[in-house]
Design a protein around this ligand. Sequence first.
Ligand SMILES: Cc1ncc(COP(=O)(O)O)c(C=O)c1O
Length: 291
Amino acid sequence: MRPLVATIDLAAIVHNYQLAKRCAPGRQAFAVVKANAYGHGVREVVSALYSEADGFAVASLEEAAEVRAMHDAARILLLEGCFSADELPMAAHLGLDLVVQGAEQLEALLAAELTRPLNVWLKLDSGMHRLGLSPETVRQCFPRLRSAPQVAELNLLSHFACADERGHSLTEVQLECFLELLDLDFDQRSLANSAALLMIPAAHMDWIRPGIMLYGATPFADLAATELGLRPAMSLSAQLIAVREVAPGESVGYGAGWVAERPSRIGTVSCGYADGYPRHAPAGTPLWIGG
Ligand SMILES: Cc1ncc(COP(=O)(O)O)c(C=O)c1O
């Protein structure tokens, strides 16, 4: 077997979730576990957060079904909504919290015959300009949804584009856009990803949505995870499969990119991009050898 192991520290993920909750006292949290819990293993992460998390957020019906099979009570937020109208009955069967991010999804929901009403999260395009309804559309459709039999809670959600760049002017614009709709009587509101819940208390609303911080990574380029009190969840360990000496002037590796300036000892591990090692990790990326 290849001597390369990714180890996931589930206690660190619980610690990071608790830290997110402490940042936003009294608020509830959807632990974002989409994309196989950012590659950390959705089954293991949901098990670790089973009694801790108020809810989980996923990106597809398949992911939602996997979480539901493990947790029959948790709120599960489908972040991009249903990809087609024929997914709606399954969303109702699974009892999901459903994002509605566009006009087509809105009409499909209002035309659907569902076995039970769903908690609906209208996604507002507050400035990211990828998904979401305009503020005017949210206002227009609010009364229709309020009285629709398909809708249980009617909630508002939006997503920041630049909250990880502290002081970015778009963040303020997005927050204002969200606040301006709060004269509408939504049941629940949610705006903050990791960066916003760490730095912008005014964005905490009712539900926070921590993703990357759960896994111990900082969202900020200029602030380290340890400074935020986060614990890294994943470590990658390997054995050296070869050690050799090279003389000054000899080059090592692809592109002969590194040239020894003095007699040097070169260790090689069996690990590449296909293992998830980032191609953009520069020469000089630190690692530990033998402690
Ligand atoms: C709608 C939504 N909310 C929350 C998150 C979590 O964001 P982060 O990983 O920056 O905390 C994501 C992740 O992409 C998302 O799409």
